[in-house]
Design a protein around this ligand. Structure first.
Ligand SMILES: Cc1ncc(C[n+]2csc(CCOP(=O)(O)OP(=O)(O)O)c2C)c(N)n1
Length: 291
């Protein structure tokens, strides 16, 4: 479908108006623990929807299973809460069947990279025109903190009481190498960049992947001694570096600065590419072959 190329004039709207407009109030109170970042990811998404002016009657949210996958249920919109790991398969079907729809998926790192890993690489490979917002808390949050494919080596989990022996997947790198055409990663602490990025992801005519690094204060933080909620939230500032700064230091930095890079996680828009989406190609084929 045609997405808006022009910048829309956005009227000033308050946080309360956003909540009133988009949330399903009968679903409150929500399930999230104190200090969890998943609600912020929802908030940033709602702001991006508002800025982009998406028609909610032509928008579908999907998810699998997990704390993060509960998000579509809080939005007053048509949604599919599917089985664990399968949201991208459902989303592919929805988009191909009705290309007019804006299709947005919320997923967790376990949902997306563990049980749903195969659907993920193929959705990227197909460059299906959907937006995926992945909450990466490095652990299976909902089920009590088991190790996930994203859990950093050496970190503790209920299934890794002596430290995780497995190397971790980098979700964003995986999205890029599998063929996604818009990939960004942000820490959850600050709103503006993620909001703008989710808006860009909505505009991209292809597979868009926004990884939101977000604290699980119950299952991850306790086992890995991330400190108080404030300290854990600060971690997302201290541990990250903007991709362009990373590149600059890699090229021109001192040995000491380069050494520090090893400990940092790159954030920013990590990849952007123009490529026809599968849904667009299918539409073209239908027009070509139908009599
Ligand atoms: C087929 C199947 N296997 C396992 C489960 C149990 N299960 C529910 S949520 C979950 C992990 C979710 O982790 P993640 O996607 O990282 O989401 P989070 O809760 O951390 O947001 C698991 C293993 C399930 N519901 N269905």
């Amino acid at each position: 479908m045609e997405k808006k190329e022009e910048k829309r004039e956005v009227e000033m709207i308050s946080a309360k108006e956003i909540r009133d407009k988009y949330l399903r109030h009968d679903m409150m109170p929500h399930i999230f623990c104190t200090g969890c970042g998943i609600g912020n990811v929802l908030d940033y998404t709602l702001w991006a929807l508002e800025k982009e002016g998406l028609d909610m009657d032509k928008t579908v949210f999907l998810s699998g299973i997990g704390c993060s996958s509960r998000l579509p249920g809080y939005i007053d919109v048509d949604s599919l809460h599917t089985t664990h790991g399968r949201a991208l398969a459902f989303a592919t079907g929805v988009k191909i069947t009705n290309p007019e729809l804006n299709v947005i998926v919320f997923t967790g790192d376990g949902d997306c990279m563990g049980i749903g890993g195969n659907h993920f690489i193929h959705a990227c490979r197909r460059n299906i025109d959907i937006t995926v917002i992945a909450v990466n808390n490095y652990i299976y949050g909902m089920t009590g903190g088991q190790v996930a494919p994203t859990t950093p080596e050496g970190d503790y989990a209920t299934t890794a009481p002596y430290g995780n022996l497995e190397p971790a997947f980098d979700m964003s790198e995986m999205a890029i190498s599998s063929g996604a055409t818009y990939v960004a990663r942000w820490g959850v602490k600050r709103p503006n960049q993620p909001i703008n990025s989710i808006q860009e992801a909505l505009q991209n005519k292809g597979m868009s992947f926004v990884e939101m690094m977000s604290p699980c204060t119950t299952a991850y933080s306790r086992q890995n001694r991330m400190g108080s909620i404030e300290e854990f939230w600060d971690w997302y500032d201290n541990k990250t570096i903007l991709a362009e700064d990373h590149e600059r230091i890699k090229q021109y930095g001192s040995e000491e600065e380069k050494e520090e890079l090893k400990d940092k996680i790159k954030v920013g828009v990590l990849h952007k590419e123009e490529k026809k989406s599968l849904s667009e190609r299918i539409q073209e084929l239908i027009e070509e072959v139908q009599v």
